[in-house]
Design a protein around this ligand. Structure first.
Ligand code: ADP
Ligand code: NI
Length: 213
């Protein structure tokens, strides 16, 4: 696996995510790629496997590409056409399956998968996470906040997918839980800082909402 392969994968996802503004855009993928690389180096994981899985982790996303979701067809074809060995293709596709939304919450089975999942989750918290949450809320016509709609912390997967809850509630229903779910030490440390930043943001938001600040 070569540097050119990583560059080709970057070009491939850039083209795939052109005109995609729902939160799974090219720059999300690029951030996950950079962070996953950093985590992998720190944790002694196979960097090339992690980089390819990070770059390809959303190209068969269930929401964006329901017809290829099951078999990771886009990722598989890209890797095959670029001469990646069968074992590596299988490992990368396994990582994509294991971290995809809708999979159960179990930790990915390999260290490489754990690095990619941590990087993907880190991108949902902190300053970027706040921005993505409100961008998602706007895209789906959600209210920012509504004092009468309380967060539901015990939703089933079906309820979660159908939920029309507010964006502030999304912090309680998902984002504040992510820092405790990191697989690696490297990500856990970063997640703690990002979580504190989000907590402070929501506290400030509520104070301003109530006019006490
Ligand atoms: P993933 O990137 O793990 O597939 P999702 O597709 O669930 O995650 O979400 C993409 C982005 O949109 C994340 O930053 C997530 O926090 C945000 N998001 C998802 N659902 C909601 C929601 N109900 N309200 C606000 N933001 C959301
Ligand atoms: Ni993602």
């Amino acid at each position: 696996m070569t540097v050119e392969l990583i560059e080709r994968a970057q070009d491939y996802v850039r083209k795939k995510f052109e005109n995609e503004y729902s939160g799974h855009d090219y720059f999300h993928t690029l951030r996950v790629f950079k962070m996953a690389t950093r985590i992998a180096k720190n944790e002694g994981a196979d960097v090339k496997i992690v980089q390819l899985a990070a770059l390809l982790h959303d190209v068969d996303d269930r929401k964006l590409s329901p017809e290829t979701y099951q078999n990771q067809t886009h990722a598989r074809n890209f890797l095959r056409e670029n001469g990646v060995e069968v074992d590596a293709i299988e490992h990368i596709c396994q990582i994509i399956r294991e971290i995809s939304f809708g999979a159960n919450n179990a930790a990915p089975t390999t260290k490489e998968g754990q690095c990619v999942q941590d990087a993907d989750r880190l991108d949902a918290i902190g300053a970027i996470g706040i921005a993505r949450a409100f961008a998602y809320g706007g895209h789906h016509n959600r209210e920012m906040h509504s004092p009468d709609i309380k967060p539901n912390l015990n939703m089933t997967k079906e309820e979660y997918v159908k939920s029309e809850s507010t964006t502030i509630n999304h912090f309680y229903e998902k984002l504040f839980q992510l820092s405790a779910l990191m697989n690696t030490q490297t990500a856990a440390r970063l997640a703690q800082e990002r979580d504190a930043y989000m907590q402070a943001f929501v506290a400030e938001f509520m104070d301003e909402w109530e006019g006490v600040r």
